[in-house]
Design a protein around this ligand. Structure first.
Ligand code: AMP
Length: 356
């Protein structure tokens, strides 16, 4: 919404209030912090004598209202017998407004009115009917002209809708051969996700004989895990190199609790999170059969030797299996039967994802 549109709306609110209060000197009370720009422009647009003061309440943290409303700066003095018009930047659920009404109902003001620049009428559920407003807006998170997202954006002259891209981040979980890579190929198309397979990344590095590849090779050849510091760094770099992804499928990562902790901490710095960890269940004998078959065509040495495969299972049981509890504690763990047609398994995964 452009600056011109906003200023026109401010003028219209000032004009309406001016008609009602031309014969007295009202006190306009701005609600900090969000209303400071509105109050400033409103006063410039208001043609008659008036006074101004502020209250400060707090209820927003991040994107959604916490419901906690605190009084940080109290009602102005000497308002007894006066007409008070609250100037709010935005009315949405009405929680802040309810608190304001509560605060002012304890005073002896002559009259108490509400003027808001923006009004989300579709979600306002308060009893008090708003007296004046500038622009009705849909229930979107807006930033600018005094309104912030995490304290930023207040200085913007225009108002913008925050881009709340709906990201979905999934960990595919399961033993080697469970079908994580195969299923990720389908899911990434369907949900427009970026597939990150740490195994593939290592193999790419090995093929290109990079420093990382040379280091990883000695571990992978035996079926051991590559050290966490190396893997975590590689994973973070890959996520950072894909800022436009609408979500990630993590395949083969995390494989240890330290990696899971690192992933949570890293995603948090980017305002992201894991939405679900989905395990593909299959028993060892089926998996060994699958891996040996794959080894015949893929050329992967770690798939061609039953001893190495069993070592990978041992690594899994010892280091990766505890992650089930890790994600269960967070309420994010799901599992599907990984045995059957590829299509049937994909449907089982889609069912879990669609319910998220
Ligand atoms: P994958 O293709 O997922 O079966 O991985 C093949 C091999 O790459 C593993 O056996 C490990 O040696 C190494 N690797 C892949 N992902 C990780 C990880 N998250 N942590 C440690 N090593 C890994």
């Amino acid at each position: 919404m452009s600056e011109a549109q906003i200023l026109a709306a401010v003028q219209s609110v000032a004009d309406k209030v001016a008609i009602d209060y031309k014969n007295e000197i009202p006190i306009f009370v701005g609600v900090l912090n969000g209303s400071f720009m509105f109050v400033s422009d409103f006063l410039k647009a208001y043609p008659h004598p008036c006074e101004v003061s502020f209250v400060k309440l707090s209820s927003y943290q991040g994107l959604t209202s916490t419901g906690i409303v605190e009084t940080l700066l109290d009602v102005p003095e000497n308002i007894e017998g006066r007409s008070v018009i609250i100037l709010e930047d935005i009315i949405d659920t009405g929680r802040t407004l309810k608190e304001l009404i509560h605060i002012f109902s304890k005073t002896n003001v002559k009259e108490f009115k509400i003027a808001s620049l923006f009004y989300k009428s579709e979600i306002y559920n308060g009893e008090y009917a708003i007296d004046y407003w500038g622009i009705e807006i849909p229930d979107k998170f807006i930033v600018g002209y005094g309104l912030d997202y995490k304290e930023l954006g207040r200085n913007l002259k225009a108002v913008y809708q925050l881009n709340q891209k709906h990201m979905i981040n999934i960990v595919l979980f399961g033993k080697p051969g469970a079908g994580k890579g195969t299923q990720a190929e389908f899911l990434k198309e369907k949900y427009n996700l970026k597939h990150i397979s740490t195994g593939d990344l290592f193999r790419y590095n090995i093929k290109n004989k990079t420093e990382l590849g040379i280091l990883a090779r000695s571990y992978m050849d035996k079926g051991d895990l590559v050290p966490d510091e190396v893997t975590i760094k590689m994973l973070e770099e890959t996520v950072n190199n894909n800022p436009d992804a609408s979500g990630f499928i993590f395949d083969g990562f995390p494989r240890t609790t330290a990696q899971a902790d690192a992933l949570d901490a890293f995603l948090k710095t980017k305002d992201l999170k894991i939405d679900a960890t989905i395990a593909l269940d299959a028993n060892d004998e089926v998996l060994i059969h699958r891996l040996l078959e794959r080894g015949k065509v893929s050329g992967r040495t770690d798939d061609q030797d039953e001893h190495k495969i069993r070592n990978r299972f041992d690594e899994y049981n010892e280091k990766t299996a505890p992650l089930k509890e890790y994600y269960e504690t967070q309420g994010k763990f799901h599992s599907v039967n990984g045995i059957g047609d590829i299509d049937a398994v994909t449907h089982r995964l889609e069912k879990v994802i669609e319910e998220l």
